[in-house]
Ligand binder design. Structure first.
Ligand code: SGN
Ligand code: CA
Length: 527
């Protein structure tokens, strides 16, 4: 015990932490019984919305293994991303900086891997670091002792991965493979050092290709439809009408709905779909044909139109999405079992999240990008048995920006001064600081681009959300989240809310100043 105390003091001295940090990090070393710092496993999936986890009250699926993390740790009900799209969210998490400062405004840009990131800081502090699975930042991973990543979006079946610069194909289904590699790394690691493992899934990203094991899950079942499937956007701005992500019109026959297009190779859809399906081995292909054949035949005979057709497409889409989630749930279960069997559960912080949320037919949509609740919200579950009360729930506004400061805080590493985001450690201990944020700032940029969601920024508090769409549009929307949690009624022009609008505009400006998003400020004022 005394030697671990000495180590702790020395460690804090070398990392430059003062007395405040010492008291803040109380329990840092005692929690293990071994005088070591906690391990960190950061599990992130791609596009897994909170409302597709049973611990968040999903009406459409069960996720028993992921639910374990909520039962044994803390569930965050108001975790939001600052820019709801893949590469930008990942860059925010790594750098602890908003998109305009880390350079990744949209998916098309290449991440500058020379930037400071939290894995680099952990590595410098003696952590073993590994990045396994979906990376999606175009440049090679930096800050890791070991990395093995999917190129770009990666493939669902028999995918290529790039291990420390070397590309090779792995037979099987991507979610199982990423887990196999993660477990293998855990087995091979130096057990004398703490570790940080980023274990990141491709699933359930579009085009939602289920693994062989779950191809028939939900057969002969009807998945409940979201209440807003037929939203008419009556009070919304032009932005809602001009997007291209509806279940009704924008799902592709092959790639998304799993029909083999008869117009082979003629369209982007056929090209993509023939490539995807072409990756399957004859055995895998047989399972696929069997799984979809009868339903596809019945569909063709039924000649559905209008709302019936949209309903059918929703069923096909959501079932494949949830089947892809089922593999994640199973594989996270494998990882949690491994931690139990290897005496690692107690001293490991396990985080489950997704790069952003997703529309599961909500507002008639798939995809993300908009600042509305379903894609703004990230699932966030954190388990650390010795310090986090089992089964706790938190409703403070936390952001993907706060992840890195939290990990660094737990590791006892001092955080650089230019850091944005705040450590959630006090919240995890059940004590929200009195000055915790009451509002969050959002900014989305990828326009023109896939799905045609216009550029916008906004502010969300516990009760309201104000959004400004700009660029080829100048439109404001305000939602009263208490009265209208589904955001169906834009009350921006309702005089009863004029004071709220005034206050939110002032708060929005203050957040733009705070986070140095000065460029956005030029759009603030109305015409
Ligand atoms: C692809 C998808 C889009 C998706 C983006 C971004 N099209 O372009 O539907 O919005 O990725 O997703 S697909 O035809 O390739 O499936 S993200 O998660 O990487 O941001
Ligand atoms: Ca994503």
């Amino acid at each position: 015990m005394s030697s671990s105390k000495t180590n702790r003091r020395e460690f804090l001295k070398t990392t430059g932490l003062g007395l405040t940090a010492l008291s803040l990090s109380d329990g840092l070393l005692s929690s293990t019984g071994k005088g070591t710092r906690p391990n960190i496993i950061f599990i992130m999936s791609d596009d897994h919305a909170a409302h597709a986890l049973s611990c968040y009250g999903s009406k459409i699926n069960q996720t028993p293994h992921l639910d374990r993390l909520a039962q044994e740790g803390m569930r965050f009900d108001n975790c939001f991303c600052t820019n709801s799209i893949c590469a930008p969210s990942r860059a925010v998490i790594l750098t602890r900086k908003y998109s305009h400062l880390n350079g990744i405004l949209d998916n098309r840009l290449k991440f500058d891997g020379t930037q400071q990131t939290f894995p680099k800081l952990l590595q410098q502090a003696g952590y073993q670091t590994a990045m396994i699975g979906k990376w999606h930042l175009k440049s090679d991973s930096t800050g890791f002792d070991y990395w093995n990543i999917l190129p770009g979006q990666g493939d669902y079946y028999n995918p290529d991965l790039i291990a420390m610069g070397e590309r090779k194909q792995y037979p099987g289904y991507v979610t199982d493979i990423i887990t196999d590699i993660a477990l293998d790394w855990l087995t091979r690691r130096d057990s004398q050092k703490p570790f940080c493992l980023m274990y990141q899934h491709k699933a359930p990203h579009r085009n939602w290709m289920p693994g062989p094991k779950y191809l028939n899950l939900y057969d002969n079942e009807e998945i409940p439809e979201p209440a807003t499937l037929f939203d008419d956007y009556a009070t919304k701005s032009r932005a809602a009408f001009e997007q291209e992500m509806t279940i009704e019109k924008h799902l592709w026959d092959g790639h998304d709905l799993k029909f083999i297009p008869e117009t082979a190779k003629a369209t982007e859809d056929s090209r993509l779909w023939l490539r995807e399906i072409g990756r399957l081995t004859p055995e895998q292909r047989k399972l696929w044909d069997e799984a979809y054949e009868a339903e596809n035949k019945a569909f063709k005979e039924a000649k559905l139109t209008g709302k019936d057709l949209t309903r059918w497409k929703y069923q096909r889409y959501i079932k494949d999405y949830l089947r892809s989630v089922a593999s994640i749930d199973e594989n996270v279960g494998r990882l949690l079992d491994y931690l139990d069997e290897n005496d690692l559960a107690k001293n490991t912080i396990v985080v489950y999240t997704s790069d952003q949320g997703f529309y599961l037919g909500d507002h008639g949509w798939f995809d993300k990008r908009f600042m509305y609740e379903e894609s703004l919200r990230m699932p966030l579950l954190v388990r650390y048995p010795e310090e986090i009360m089992a089964g706790s729930v938190n409703t403070d506004i936390v952001l993907n920006l706060d992840f890195a400061p939290t990990f660094l805080d737990y590791a006892g590493v001092s955080t650089p001064a230019d850091m944005q985001g705040v450590s959630m450690k006090p919240i995890l201990h059940g004590k929200t600081p009195a000055d915790w944020r009451q509002a969050m700032y959002y900014h989305y940029y990828e326009f023109p681009g896939a799905h045609s969601v216009k550029k916008h920024y906004g502010i969300r508090t516990q009760t309201h959300k104000l959004i400004h769409f700009y660029d080829d549009i100048d439109a404001w929307e305000l939602y009263d989240l208490i009265k209208d949690p589904e955001e169906l009624k834009n009350v921006y022009d309702d005089p009863t809310y004029s004071e709220v609008v005034k206050q939110l505009k002032a708060d929005l400006k203050a957040l733009q100043e705070k986070y140095q998003d000065t460029e956005a400020m030029q759009y603030n004022d109305e015409k």
